[in-house]
Design a protein around this ligand. Structure first.
Ligand SMILES: Cc1cc2nc3c(=O)[nH]c(=O)nc-3n(C[C@H](O)[C@H](O)[C@H](O)COP(=O)(O)OP(=O)(O)OC[C@H]3O[C@@H](n4cnc5c(N)ncnc54)[C@H](O)[C@@H]3O)c2cc1C
Length: 330
């Protein structure tokens, strides 16, 4: 494709970020997150001609971790990068949107009728409304060696890293759709693929199970868990334990792909909106959170089904709800 996804025309230069952060400027909407939900909110709010700021660590979110998308209407097949590029170029049609990339929101506080959004780079921005669309991130296993060996054979993204393991022996942890997607990515490249899952069955869709069932380089280890990852410079192996017999065994692998689900990026919002016991932001069907003026959309929320088409529907609803809220205040 050749386009740098970070090379957005709407990105604010550093000096403008500093000036706005020091000023009394107030945005109508501050959107947190540049995944499908956040980008859709930006397009909808821009079309209402309201002053919008989008703050995100990146553009694309989880779509950047996805190689094959086959269930996004209008495209029989599209890669996550291609779809991100389409969303991004649509957002770029609206110069009313300011974008700050590469920063992380750490706090939201109420200031009179408005909200102050603070970032890791110590910047502060004021908005009359906020849309939280900060999505999810990979869940760690929290076993010995995992943290130390990230990027040295431990990966949370098979789509990104599978090509590095061509001809090697690898292990995938998990039994849901993400784990089996990783296995499918690796099947064409790796030598041997162990799959360790704590339950006796897969939790993935049947279509995914069917895709792996005849592969001759896959070794399923159901009812097992990983207890340690070994290696100094790079991963050299793992220890696994049978949950039935408690027996442990060392396996030699050069790569470990951890695909055991996702955690909501909601910590920065926990003092201002209510979360459920999984850390998801509680929303109603119009994307209202428990705090009037703060809306939330996509994977970070309690909305069932975490999918791109769901996230964009929620992102559009959140922007329209924020717009209606602004009308009641003016
Ligand atoms: C491996 C994989 C494959 C998938 N395949 C499909 C598929 O085929 N079809 C499908 O429909 N869905 C698929 N999904 C799910 C889909 O990608 C998600 O449902 C969708 O991306 C959610 O969009 P979102 O905007 O809510 O969140 P995300 O995509 O998670 O985006 C969140 C954004 O917020 C930013 N952010 C997070 N925290 C902060 C913070 N504190 N401050 C600033 N920015 C922050 C992130 O950097 C990111 O830009 C897949 C997911 C994975 C992991």
């Amino acid at each position: 494709m050749g386009t740098n996804l970070l090379d957005l025309k709407l990105i604010l230069p550093e000096e403008d970020i500093e000036r706005i952060s020091q000023s009394d400027d107030i945005y109508d909407i501050i959107i947190i997150g540049g995944g499908p939900a956040g980008m859709t909110s930006a397009v909808y709010s821009a079309r209402k001609q309201i002053k919008t700021l989008l703050i995100s660590k990146d553009i694309g979110g989880q779509m950047l971790w996805t190689s094959d998308i086959e269930n996004y209407m209008g495209f029989q097949y599209v890669t996550g990068k291609e779809l991100t590029e389409k969303f991004r170029s649509q957002m770029e049609q609206f110069p009313i949107v300011d974008i700050i990339l590469g920063d992380t929101v750490t706090k939201i506080t109420k200031a009179d009728e408005n909200f102050v959004v603070e970032t890791e780079k110590s910047k502060k921005f004021t908005g009359k409304t906020v849309i939280i669309a900060s999505g999810k991130r990979y869940r760690p296993m929290n076993v010995k060696g995992e943290k130390e060996l990230v990027g040295k054979g431990v990966s949370y993204c098979a789509t990104c890293d599978a090509p590095l393991f061509a001809g090697k022996d690898v292990l995938v942890v998990g039994g849901g759709n993400s784990a089996l997607t990783a296995v499918i990515d690796l099947m064409k490249l790796a030598n041997k693929i162990y799959i360790v899952n704590i339950t006796k069955d897969w939790q993935a869709d049947q279509i995914m199970i069917d895709r792996i069932k005849d592969a001759d380089n896959i070794i399923p280890l159901l009812s097992h868990k990983v207890t340690a990852i070994h290696g100094e410079k790079y991963v050299t192996g793992v220890t696994i334990e049978s949950l039935d017999t408690k027996e442990t065994k060392d396996i030699t692998v050069q790569g470990v792909f951890i695909e055991i689900g996702l955690l909501p990026n909601s910590e920065f919002a926990k003092d201002i909106v209510r979360l459920n016991d999984q850390g998801e932001i509680i929303v109603d069907c119009m994307c209202n959170t428990t705090t009037p003026g703060i809306f939330a959309a996509g994977d970070v929320t309690t909305v069932p089904e975490k999918q791109i088409s769901v996230a964009i529907g929620e992102g559009s609803k959140a922007a329209l709800s924020a717009y209606k809220y602004l009308l009641t205040k003016s």
